[in-house]
Design a protein around this ligand. Structure first.
Ligand code: DWN
Length: 402
């Protein structure tokens, strides 16, 4: 599939090679039928939008067996509680205000609005996670968000004060359709708030593992401002976040309805100065990715030469990019420890490394452990503090991270 808002003049930056579905954890018997696509990224210079230049059909990524659950991290649960409290404080004025969350997953964010007595709606295309949210008593539609869908949402049309999302908007290929749908739902003073892994953090950390099929775009303030400007929306505020290794929260509203925070122009200016519209920046990123691949393979080979047993920690979507880009398989990494029942007992996509229950990590830890859930470092290190105390060595694909 191609991105429709941006596919004109996209300049190719690099290929990460053949990639499977990032969350396509599979059974032994399905190995021979595994789907792969060529994962290439590019930049649309007009919009400064960093994006995949092709990716699998959305139905292959989001379905009734989607194995990511927002509540799998204590830290993130708390983050969403604070996010919801902040939205209520800043934007909810009275009980007649309505809120919609696009990509509500298991309802971790939306349940925080239950006590507000405002009308809320969650929309998610993955049936299994949507069911968990429904079972919490939330108002949920199991569907992809689209302009068409808004035709069935009469009670929310032009009446919604807040549409929010977290780590979701970059999953939606058709940004034209998305914004048209948002436009139909928001009230005159309505705001669209979303947060996502931030392009600037990805470039700084060389955390190329943020790039995988679900992350069709890696946004910056410049690209968000430019894309939404096309539909008469503007960026009115912006809040850097530490989640997911460096994210950004964007607040958008119809043009001239709110005054603009000075932070917006400050961050836009900084991005321009750093060269976010300049292909050279991304060519340097490419070189850094290639160097990072070499460094990680050297680290792993060094451990193997010393007869160390290597494991991976957290079977994240991101790990699929690292393992497949760096050609690391079960000859090098024994297993990946994870908490998700839907992943345990399966093989990692492409690399086919067995995923096992993270409880095993306490009983029979490896000598060296590659931290795939690096964005959850504090939570994981606290939980697994005995590993390092007993001589275990954490490693990461991100230089100077551990
Ligand atoms: O955007 C997305 C983000 C928000 O979540 C999605 N496209 C999919 C998913 O990406 P991810 O899989 O890289 O997310 P996380 O939150 O970095 O990792 C979640 C995985 O880590 C789960 O499989 C559970 C595992 N985990 C664990 O085993 N032990 C996580 C924690 C915190 C732990 O202590």
């Amino acid at each position: 599939m191609k991105c429709n808002i941006t596919n004109k003049n996209v300049k190719e930056i690099m290929s990460f090679g053949k990639m499977p579905i990032a969350n396509g954890f599979l059974n032994e018997k399905d190995k021979s039928n595994e789907y792969f696509y060529e994962m290439t990224v590019g930049l649309s210079p007009d919009l400064g939008l960093f994006q995949l230049t092709n990716f699998p059909k959305v139905e292959m990524m989001f379905h009734d067996k989607y194995p990511f659950f927002t509540n799998s991290s204590n830290y993130m649960r708390n983050h969403f509680k604070e996010y919801a409290e902040w939205i209520s404080k800043e934007f909810i004025e009275n009980n007649s205000d309505k809120i919609i969350e696009i990509g509500c997953n298991d309802g971790t964010m939306l349940e925080n609005f239950k006590n507000n007595k405002i009308e809320s709606l969650g929309i998610d295309p993955s049936g299994n996670v949507a069911k968990i949210a429904k079972d919490k008593g939330l108002n949920i539609i199991n569907s992809f968000f689209s302009e068409n869908l808004t035709d069935s949402l009469n009670e929310f049309k032009s009446k919604t004060k807040v549409i929010c999302a977290a780590n979701v908007i970059c999953h939606i290929p058709d940004l034209n359709d998305l914004i048209k749908g948002i436009d139909k739902l928001l009230s005159k003073k309505g705001v669209f708030i979303f947060e996502e892994p931030y392009l600037g953090s990805m470039i700084n950390n060389v955390s190329y593992d943020q790039i995988y099929d679900e992350h069709i775009y890696i946004f910056s303030a410049i690209s968000v401002e430019k894309v939404f400007n096309l539909y008469d929306f503007e960026l009115i505020d912006i809040y850097p976040q530490i989640t997911h290794g460096g994210s950004m929260r964007y607040v958008l509203a119809r043009k001239n309805e709110y005054s603009k925070s000075p932070k917006v122009n400050k961050i836009l200016g900084e991005e321009l100065k750093k060269g976010f519209l300049d292909i050279d920046l991304y060519m340097k990123f490419k070189l850094n990715c290639l160097r990072s691949k070499e460094r990680l393979n050297d680290l792993i080979d060094l451990s193997l030469k010393k007869n160390k047993r290597i494991g991976g920690y957290a079977a994240t979507s991101k790990s699929t990019t690292i393992l497949n880009f760096c050609s690391i398989n079960s000859n090098k990494i024994d297993c990946i420890y994870d908490t998700t029942p839907e992943k345990i007992g399966k093989l990692s996509p492409g690399a086919h490394i067995p995923v096992i229950d993270s409880e095993e990590f306490k009983i029979n830890p490896p000598d060296t452990c590659l931290l795939f859930g690096w964005n959850h470092k504090n939570e994981i290190f606290e939980k697994e503090k005995n590993f390092a105390l007993n001589g275990g060595k954490w490693i990461s694909h991100i230089e100077n991270f551990i």
